[in-house]
Write a protein that binds this ligand. Sequence first.
Ligand code: TYM
Length: 343
Amino acid sequence: GKVIFSGIQPTGVPHLGNYLGALSNWVKLQRNAAPEDDLVFSIVGWHALTLPQDPKTLASSRSDLLATLLAIGIDPNRSVVFHQDDNQDHTELAWLLSCLTPVGKLRRMTTWKSRLATSRNANDESEVDESLLNTGLFTYPVLQAADILAYRATHVPVGEDQTQHLELSRDLADIFNRTFKSKTLMFPLPCQLNTPSRRILSLKDPTSKMSKSSPDIQSRILLTDSATQIRAKIRAAVTDSVVGITFDPVGRPGTANLLTILAACTDEEAADVARRYEAKGHGHLKADVVDALEEMIKGPRDAFERLRHESAYLSQVAKDGAEKAKARSNITLREVRTRVGLI
Ligand code: TYM
């Protein structure tokens, strides 16, 4: 069977990009999985710590994210749902993999390069300053590879911003396989499962992706947003002044983003949706996006409001999930330790 693994950082309520780009696909995969397939979904607290987090906020985000995953339809009786930080196997494997990871590979990661680009030397603006960035941010992709390989995952459903991290995970799996060769392959090479709806862009700056880290909360729709908030944000979304609607991601990114969102809600192709709006205006398109979003978000939002206060239930789910996760990763780690000679 397949082993499907994915993760999400507990850095606040998931937004539409997380949902359409990844989480909705987790639910779909769970629904369509064969009985012998294994699904493992992780809330990756250690990854969140690569950027400064307020401890109280992190603790509540961590628990709220579990409630959100259950609210969107992840079934803890079918899928393993757990907190990464409850399973030390990830950090142990990350260490072993880091000993096989050339520094140069990590320097080439675009996420690292974009962090570097924002940390200019105070005295010489043209020079980037590595001393301002922490090591965790640098080795972040190694921990992500460990998350995936600890379960010998075969399929990883993520948004396309994770492509380079997935490439590194395959690289490290391959390096391990070749360095510690044995009759059987230690790690399958995990393949990326892209969500059809692809990249969701910021509502305020449609040249960048919708992200949790943007200071402008109007730039993203949260899975907990009320109908009123959804309407206000979509109404204020940046588009263009071209008459009529066409799907042109390069020339008209704001309009294309609304079409992508609507298409994802109704499970269609954005270009097909665009054809229906050819002779219509942005007002009409936006009104329909608002309705489609409210229809999609309503169920999860209500379920989340119910679940988030059931702390005893959430703790039990987390505890069971951690046990199931460890039962799987322990097998991998035992084999890994034997192969490297730590036995
Ligand atoms: P994170 O927490 O930033 O995002 C979770 C998922 O949401 C997707 N995503 C998007 N998709 C489309 N449009 C967007 N605007 C958008 N923003 C985010 C991401 O691609 C991701 O699938 N490094 C990962 C977490 C991680 C992980 C893993 C994932 C840690 N270990 C192992 C898979 C396997 C991250 O930062 O995701």
